[in-house]
Design a protein around this ligand. Structure first.
Ligand SMILES: [Zn+2]
Length: 509
């Protein structure tokens, strides 16, 4: 064997993502799509059970949500597409075929921008987004004694026929980290578009990865499809594991087999599928007409697409916000809208951005953590969000305005904010916080500065004779005065008053 220590390996990765589109009913019948807390097999009918004689009818809102998701990913909507039957046998599939658009998708040729491992912008091309139906869910448990050595399995068809979009990327991803960044960006945009809740805990977003490795000596490993990842962490670990496994095989002079492997979340390994997958039989679905989308409909749906997070973040940066602040504020559309409402109500954008990023998000996180602790949140409940905060954006804007007008110090405003969180009105919260009406007035502040300077003549002398090169003594005086005002004065104001008093000693009372 040659000297393998110099060999390097370049991963080539494509990602397939299934997301559940947000609709009231399933894709080909009127069964409710929201079954989270319901009994197994309570959301089924002859269509989603695949009983003979039942006919699928395409739900129009699935097409709209598919178009929205595609547009959010910079795809082009295809005017005419078809549905196919993908035939295979499995207990979670009562019809013995799945209806899917497969490679004649509703949307194609999209892209997303991420940062590569060196921090440079990188485009991940999206081959297509196609619509299909979900299958049922199998539950396994230990043997119940009826069949020796066998485990017992139940099947729940509530999920059968839920609308899915499968999003297939080109093999442009080069690392596990890039994969996570890609799916994070994709999830954010799809959620912005309102096309899916993409709740990972509820299985609304699932990942498969096609991983191969190219060796620096020119050898290629065959493509391995890794299935069954339901979280960002699982996706990251599975890709890392596969890159390592395949690199090792190539380094040892072996051959990587083309196969399907399953990610085992508990063992953190991938294992080869025991079952060969036979589903190469596609026929055009005879019970559904071709899907034709008019240009007018496409434009109508495009009009429903909100401003996307990257564009929002760019606009926030033009308002003067830092890249980090703009990123945090645009992570969720609800937070971005809260911030924008605050600015629209007259708040200074920088201060509003800072308040939303720190105090507002902290309050939301505290409440979410509290809900988890007391177990208030049911599996099907919506998580507490910024929209549920008792402090509305216009009230926060007014609070920020009072800081800017010098009526409240930042410290005091934070106390007021706590009162607002408890449901107090702004006036009640201000009164409760102990702030004097109107804050510290200029005359009172001048008197306080005079008295403090007079009581610290030695410090003042040092400053005047130029010994306070680092400004520590001025800060000391400022601290004394802030303490006297119990935090009600603004630091800038106090600093200005001291500076003015030092510059004009004749004015000192
Ligand atoms: Zn049904």
């Amino acid at each position: 064997m040659s000297d393998n220590t110099k060999l390097t390996f370049t991963p080539v990765i494509g990602i397939e993502i299934h997301i559940q589109l947000k609709t009231k009913s399933k894709v080909f019948c009127s069964c409710s799509a929201d079954y989270t807390n319901d009994e197994p097999n309570s959301h089924i009918c002859p269509v989603c059970m695949g009983l003979p004689g039942s006919m699928p009818v395409l739900n129009k809102s699935v097409i709209q949500q598919g178009m929205l998701a595609g547009m959010a990913l910079n795809c082009t909507v295809q005017p005419t597409t078809y549905f196919f039957r993908k035939s295979y046998y499995y207990p979670d599939l009562p019809k013995n075929y799945q209806i899917t658009q497969s490679d004649l998708p509703i949307a194609a040729n999209g892209w997303l921008e991420i940062k590569d491992d060196a921090g440079n912008p990188k485009t991940i091309r999206i081959n297509r987004l196609h619509l299909e139906e979900d299958v049922g869910k199998l539950h396994h448990s230990a043997a119940d004694g009826r069949l020796e050595g066998a485990e017992t399995s139940w099947v729940d068809y509530n999920r059968s026929g839920l609308p899915l979009a499968e999003i297939v990327s080109e093999p442009d991803v080069s690392s596990a980290r890039e994969a996570v960044e890609y799916v994070t960006a994709l999830r954010r945009r799809v959620r912005y578009a309102g096309a899916s809740d993409v709740d990972l805990e509820k299985g609304m977003m699932r990942f498969d990865a096609n991983v191969s490795v190219k060796c620096s000596d020119g050898r290629w490993g065959r493509r391995v499809e890794v299935k069954n990842m339901n979280s960002f962490r699982a996706l990251e670990r599975a890709i890392e594991y596969e890159i390592k496994r395949q690199s090792k095989i190539l380094a040892e002079g072996g051959e990587v087999l083309q196969e399907t492997r399953h990610w085992n979340d508990a063992k953190e390994t991938t294992t080869a599928s025991r079952v060969k997958e036979f589903y190469r039989k596609f026929i055009v679905e005879p019970d559904l007409p071709p899907l034709v989308v008019s240009p007018q409909w496409v434009e109508e749906v495009r009009g429903m697409l909100p401003e996307m997070p990257n564009e929002k973040a760019a606009r926030y940066k033009e308002m003067g916000l830092s890249e980090i602040d703009a990123g945090v504020l645009t992570d969720s559309i609800d937070v971005a809208q809260y911030f924008e409402a605050c600015v629209a109500a007259g708040a200074n954008p920088l201060r509003a951005g800072n308040w939303v990023r720190t105090e507002v998000l902290r309050a939301v996180n505290d409440r979410q953590a509290g809900d988890r602790q007391v177990g208030e949140k049911q599996a099907g409940d919506r998580q507490f969000g910024v929209k549920d905060l008792p402090v509305k954006p216009d009230v926060l804007a007014e609070l920020i305005r009072r800081i800017d007008d010098g009526k409240l110090s930042t410290t005091l405003a934070k106390n007021v904010f706590e009162g607002l969180l408890e449901g107090l009105s702004l006036d009640e919260a201000v009164k409760n916080s102990g702030a004097a009406e109107g804050g510290v007035n200029a005359g009172a502040l001048e008197d306080l500065v005079s008295a403090t300077l007079a009581a610290n003549a030695d410090v003042v002398g040092d400053i005047r004779s130029g010994k306070d090169t680092k400004g520590k003594k001025v800060k000391f005086l400022q601290g004394l005065i802030m303490r006297e005002t119990k935090g009600q004065a603004r630091p800038e104001e106090v600093a200005a008053a001291i500076e003015s008093a030092l510059a004009n000693p004749e004015n000192l009372k």
